[in-house]
Ligand binder design. Sequence first.
Ligand code: DUC
Ligand code: ZN
Ligand code: ZN
Length: 477
Amino acid sequence: MSKLDLAVRHGHVATAEGMAYYDIGVRDGRIVALGRDLPAAKVEIDASGRVVTPGGIDSHCHIEQPMPAGVRLADDFDSASLSALCGGTTTLVPFAVQESGIALPETLAEYRRRAESRSRLDVAFHMVLAEPHAHALAHEIPAVIEQGCTSFKVYMTYEGMRLTDRQILEVLAVARREGAMTMVHAENADCIDWLTDQLLAAGRVAPHEHAASRPMLVEREAAFRAMALAELVDVPFLIVHVSSPETVAQIAAARARGLHVHAETCPQYLLLTAADLHGDAHEGAKYVCSPPPRDDRSREGLWAALATGQFDVVSSDHCPFGFADPLGKAAGLGRDFTCIPNGLPGVETRLPLLVSEGVLAGRLSWPQFVALGATQAARLYGLYPRKGSLMVGADADIVVWNPDDERVVSNDGLHHRADYTPYEGMRVRGWPEWVVGRGEVLFAQGRIAAEPGRGRVVPCDRPLPPRPGVAALAGGK
Ligand code: DUC
Ligand code: ZN
Ligand code: ZN
């Protein structure tokens, strides 16, 4: 075999299937050889004493999304992808959000332009359906699926985004017909609105009341309802950012009935609690996200659910707002908790936290880490095996982890543009030492070598086999 472009040698290689010692050879951006005694390479990475994995896939992040008036996200594709890269992620899957009066293919094209001009990493898109009108269902969804956008998020809450059960059924039926994946944000909007009104009427306006306005059961109820809707249509789907073991139990019960329901959680539900929202003055606003973090028992329950394979994906839900920014968290200063934008930065800390608190703390194996951080997202969203794997022929997206690299997290050491991290002061062990994307060294022992705009938009395949009709109408339900 002629000379390789790049080789990663002597590492302990972890994939979702298991771990073994072998070398990885790369040419023209792809993995071309696995084994020992590979030919010489122009670039040699010595991974002795290190763990080598596929590049991470962050399949839930909000980047360059327009926000309601008076609010803006802190990151663009440049800073979000830089931050993701430094945390071991090589593919981002953010949302393109449907806007009233704009056809979905146009929206997708606009987000692709944003990513192609600024992203340092490869990007694929999900699409948020805020208005699933007849033309969108019949024509625009099939058109964007043909263009490689094969997953769709629907919201059960948030004014302007929230769909009715009827609308969700219609989206699920199209997803079944087209072979697409539906992602559901499960929180009961009426319960939240009613609780919020009670809290505000009682003068309970502080940031921590955000958690009181969205207790566990509003998630559990909505998740149960979403599963009933998907069961009626008989279509696989995914519940995003599951925050509580009670919801996990509902998911397990639905799976026992034969429903293909997938589940995602995020580091904030594994590591933070509602107590974090009780900071001095406005400090609690840093932790305001939806669903909110719960309690210690919930955190441990979610770790146990991860360990026993009840989750498919751990993503960041990166949705960064500056703390001091009047168009960020400070929009809520001196006002009530409903004025605090929902969301946390986390695209860079996602995988190091999962290594440190998951693998090195003995809660997860390296193969589970790879499955949760990369491979299963690739499978669910039609990117596998090009992404999320180390197979011959896959894109050479490779991370070399140093499990002995221990750091105290400080926002100064991170690369997003938010002015805080919810994990400030945490001791985290296990950071990327080398990151390779499509065969190029993008991060080398702290040196960043990825330019804005090098990222490509990657089309997704259909993740599911298309099926006509709706099961309940074919009889039997
Ligand atoms: N909740 C969401 O649903 N999206 C972005 C951030 C958040 O907190
Ligand atoms: Zn959501
Ligand atoms: Zn989100």
